[in-house]
Design a protein around this ligand. Structure first.
Ligand code: CAA
Length: 301
């Protein structure tokens, strides 16, 4: 195996803002061929158009040559269905934050992918241990060698949005994850140009156990009328040098995603400090998801 991560082909499941970003850095930075799948063809078209735009911008700014851009774009191939990912050395799942969906996907990975392929999830808060428990072929005991081996190749590989810009990947080890899986996943993230921190598999990991209460407090400030939306965001932007205020950041992440993460934190810890604000719940009830669909705390074109 000449590469430290041994990834000759990467699969990415989900072509939303995270999945596309992961495909982008894998192709451009790690120079690994990427097979991309999303059940929505519109999402794939939108994602690839964004990739073209980002590559063109990097060329225009003189950061990469047009040949490098062409090479990176040529490394990304769209495939139909999970079967298209059958021969990859590693797959990164980047679908919505719903445990049953992830369990079903990792069950299919265990049934269709090679037994030595690494199965990574980009989840922001869901237990990697629960996801790994689903990555065992039917009829195989989790306590058997085959069961431990299958679940042992599952790992959390948490990228941040926008993936091409944010320098961090948070690496999360499930109870079942083997040291070899962790080492290879870390080496892959480094090859994608990222710094890596490690977190235990606790609800929200380090990143969202800290970020989500902060965002939630900001929403509660707005709810209580402590300050206006703009004053809350400006306080954090200018007073603490945050690139975005917390309400702007919540819109950027997606209010539905913020709520899903907060629910995972609250249910996973049973600690009332993580209870999502009623205003956030109501905004998601109204299907105001933030930047992705045009309306959140702010309005977007
Ligand atoms: N995709 C790719 N690149 C993007 C982008 C996107 N969606 N949005 C912005 N960029 C790039 C721009 O093209 C620009 O690149 P160049 O330097 O090459 O021109 C660069 O980012 C800066 O953009 P702008 O000048 O337009 O705007 P800005 O200076 O305000 O920066 C920002 C934008 C980088 C998003 C900045 O506001 C920021 O860092 N915000 C905080 C983002 C953050 O906290 N992300 C983590 C969220 S949490 C998460 O993802 C995980 C989770 O578990 C919830």
């Amino acid at each position: 195996m000449s590469l430290p991560h041994g990834i000759r082909t990467l699969g990415v499941l989900g072509a939303g803002q995270m999945g596309l970003g992961i495909a982008f850095v894998a192709a451009l930075r790690a120079r690994v061929p990427v097979l991309l799948h999303d059940r929505s063809p519109e999402q794939v078209t939108k994602g690839l158009a964004l990739m073209d735009k980002l590559l063109a911008k990097d060329v225009a700014k003189g950061r990469i040559t047009s040949d490098a851009a062409k090479d990176a774009r040529g490394l990304v191939t769209v495939v139909d269905g999970l079967e298209g990912l059958r021969d990859v050395d590693m797959v990164v799942e980047a679908v919505s934050e719903a445990l049953p969906l992830k369990q079903s996907i990792f069950g299919s990975f265990a049934a269709t992918l090679r037994p030595d392929a690494i199965l990574a999830s980009n989840t922001s808060s869901i237990s990697i241990t629960k996801i790994a428990a689903a990555a065992i072929p039917e009829g195989v005991s989790p306590a058997s060698e085959a069961g431990k081996q299958s679940a042992g190749r599952v790992v959390g590989l948490h990228f941040f949005n926008p993936v091409p810009v944010m320098k961090l990947v948070e690496l999360i080890s499930a109870l079942q994850t083997t040291p070899e899986t962790l080492d290879r996943a870390r080496a892959f993230a480094i090859a994608c140009g990222k710094e890596v921190t490690t977190s235990k598999d606790v609800p929200g990991f380090v990143s969202n156990a800290l970020l989500m209460p902060f965002i939630n407090e900001a929403i509660m400030c707005l709810e209580k009328g402590t300050a206006t939306r703009d004053d809350i965001d400006t306080t954090l932007k200018l007073g603490m040098n945050h690139p975005m205020g917390p309400l702007q950041l919540a819109d950027f992440i997606g209010l539905d995603t913020c709520l899903a993460i907060q629910q995972t934190l609250y249910e996973g810890t049973r600690d009332s400090k993580y209870r999502p604000s009623v205003l956030l719940e109501r905004m998601v009830d109204a299907q105001w998801y933030g930047r992705k669909n045009g309306k959140g705390f702010y309005e977007y074109d």
